[in-house]
Structures are given as C-alpha cells and as structure tokens.
Design a protein around this ligand. Structure first.
Ligand code: 5AD
Ligand code: FES
Length: 345
C-alpha cells in the first residue's frame, strides 16, 4: 500500500510517512486525490457552508521581534496605532449588520492591553453581542491571564505555533522567543476550554518538507479546533525582504492534508493565500478550507497592519469585503452563512 492510500484510509501518519507524503506535492494525481477526499470530508461535516470571521486588527504595537513580521518591534518605519474600546465596538456593530457572528480581536503583543483592559473590552463586546463568538489572537500570555480572558467571555484563541521544529523556530525568531513556551500556551488554552487555533507559514526561509512533516505531527498531537496556514510573504522592512514567497500550490496541498487529518477542523482560506494569487482563497476552499476572515478594521488603520507586503483588502476595494467574498465563495459552489460556526466535537 502506498503512503497516499495509507493516509486516505487512516487519516494519520508518522513523521517519516508525512515526509514521504509531502514529497508528492507537485504530483498532479496525488494532489487531486487528496483534494477530492478533503472536499468530500468538508462536505460531509459542513455541507456547502463557509463561515466568516470579522477580523479586527486592534493594535499594531508589538513587543516581539519575529524576523519575518512587518510589525515587529524594531521596525521603525511604520506608524503605530491602537483602537479604543469604542472603535472596536464600532467595528463589531458594522460587522454584525453585515452578518458576522464571530469577531476576531487580533493584535501584536502589546502590553498596553493588560488583563484589565482586555477584560473590559471582552465584556463589552459579549454584552452587546451575546449571540456572537469572540476570538482572541494576542499572542503569548500567562495561564492566569488566559484564565481571566476566558472568564470574561472569550470563546476561542488563535496562536499559530509558526513551526514545530526547535531549530527552525530559533532561526526565524530572536533568542528570547521559545518554541516550548509557544506550545505550552496552546495546551494551556485548550485546558481552559478555548477552541484553539494553531498553524504555520508555508515557505518561511530555512523551511524544508521535513519541518512541515513535524508541523503536521504537532497538529495531530494538539488536535486544535482551527488551523491557520498561509504562504510566507516577504516584508520590505525585514531581513527577509529579498527572500522568495512560499508556494501557493504547496499551501493548497497542505490544506487538503490538514482537512483529511482533522476532518472537522475549521480551516480558513487565508488573506496571505489571496495575496499571493488572485484566486487563492477560492482555490483554498476547493482544497478543503471552510472559513474566510475578512478585514473589519477601520479603513484608516488597514494599511498600517502590514505583516507582509501587498496585503489585499487594505485599499478602497475593501469597503465591501463581505460582498466581494460572497461572490467569490459562490463562484466555487459554497455559500457564506450568518452563524457563529463553532467547532464540531
Ligand atoms: N508572511 C506571511 N504570514 C505572516 N505572518 C506574520 N508575518 C508573515 C509574513 N511575512 C503570519 C504569522 C502570524 C499571523 C498573524 O501572520 O503566522 O501568526
Ligand atoms: Fe476584501 Fe475582496 S475580500 S476586497
């Protein structure tokens, strides 16, 4: 039996086997076999529904210095901003009107947003929108902090592990950042009852297929409710300015693999994928993704939350992301729904 058949049958492989499976990523036949199975599973659990998450990028201050990221601390070339609680609520109101039932508060690791401030914001959002899910994406915090935010009403948490390989993690992050802590945070979040999202970038400098096999094993072990993956895209103010971007096709292959490995997972077709290919998000949906995360941030801030170059939906065209995405989603046979879209257990 080939490793491909084995994977299709058991949905689970060892690291060496994942490494072998990944060696087929450019093989058209394997690609369509995996995509077919991914789409079948996605349909089985989610029909033709696509969930929307309104992304509110509420601060671009960050105390970290990840080498790949445009908003890292040492980037002196960007203007920093923070949204007030009232501005955040304004985004939610607009989003609710447009049909969003999940809001994602994402930001750099910004110490200004202490537990007290975050708690206040979370309570305000949940009080005004009790039928909506609230997702946080604000990086590494202590168990106690995660507990406070969870008690305040946060439902979900996105924290990409970025890479599950110690060596590569150390290569793309400054020495003070530790993979062990990142992983610990993810397990803490799970224990506290958050629906948890992990994930990684495809094609960051130094990454090999063996590293990606390690990522897949980590996801298999963590069993996250959500997985965010997208191609690495260089940012002009980082040391990776001249590196090449990650592959769209490898990302699509991995979306299919992840859907098969974790059949009920909530899997976004990411903005980075849409940035690298004008049809990237549609292709993502056709490879097993079932979530889109349009930007709900105020227009005036969007260009300032630039993790990588040429990010889409930051200009005038983005006034109506939801309409644009609705058409895109329908073009591949799916439909956007006004639901929280919680993880299936
Ligand atoms: N290219 C693609 N994705 C990036 N991210 C950060 N920088 C980049 C980049 N240059 C991703 C990280 C982070 C998420 C919010 O954005 O994976 O977790
Ligand atoms: Fe934002 Fe298309 S989704 S402009």
């Amino acid at each position: 039996m080939t490793v491909i058949d084995q994977f299709l049958e058991s949905h689970c492989l060892s690291k060496e086997e994942y490494r072998e499976l990944l060696s087929y990523w450019e093989d058209k036949e394997t690609e369509s076999l995996l995509k077919e199975e991914a789409v079948r599973l996605r349909k089985q659990y989610y029909g033709n529904k696509v969930y929307t998450r309104g992304l509110i990028e509420f601060t671009n201050y960050c105390k970290n210095n990840c080498y790949y990221c445009g908003i890292r601390r040492d980037n002196r070339h960007i203007e920093r901003y923070r949204l007030t609680e009232e501005e955040i609520l304004g985004c939610c109101r607009q989003g609710y009107q447009l049909g969003y039932r999940t809001f994602v508060l994402q930001g750099g690791e910004d110490p200004y947003y202490s537990d007290e401030r975050m708690e206040h914001i979370i309570r305000a959002v949940k009080q005004e929108f009790p039928d909506c899910a609230l997702t946080l994406s604000v990086g590494e915090r202590s168990y106690e902090s995660y507990r406070i935010l969870r008690n305040a009403g946060a439902d979900r948490y996105l924290l990409r592990h970025e890479t599950a390989d110690e060596g590569l993690y150390g290569f793309v992050h400054p020495p003070e950042m530790k993979l062990k802590l990142r992983k610990q945070c993810l397990f803490d979040l799970k224990e506290l009852g958050y629906q948890v999202g992990a994930g990684f970038m495809v094609g960051i400098p130094g990454q090999t297929l063996s590293h990606i096999a390690e990522d897949l094993c980590f996801l298999q072990k963590l069993q996250p409710e959500m997985v965010g993956i997208g191609p690495f895209i260089p940012h002009h103010d980082t040391i990776y300015a001249k590196e090449k971007a990650g592959s769209v096709n490898l990302t699509l292959f991995l979306l299919a693999v992840i859907r098969i490995m974790l059949p009920k997972v909530l899997l976004p077709a990411t903005t980075a994928l849409g940035t690298m290919d004008p049809k990237g998000r549609e292709k993502g949906l056709a490879a097993g993704a079932n979530v889109v995360m349009p930007n709900l941030s105020p227009m005036k801030n969007r260009k300032l939350y630039e993790l990588y170059d040429n990010k889409i939906c930051t200009g005038e065209e983005a006034a109506e992301c939801i309409g644009c995405l609705g058409r895109r989603v329908e073009s591949v046979g799916y439909r956007l729904v006004e639901e929280r879209g919680d993880a299936l257990r």
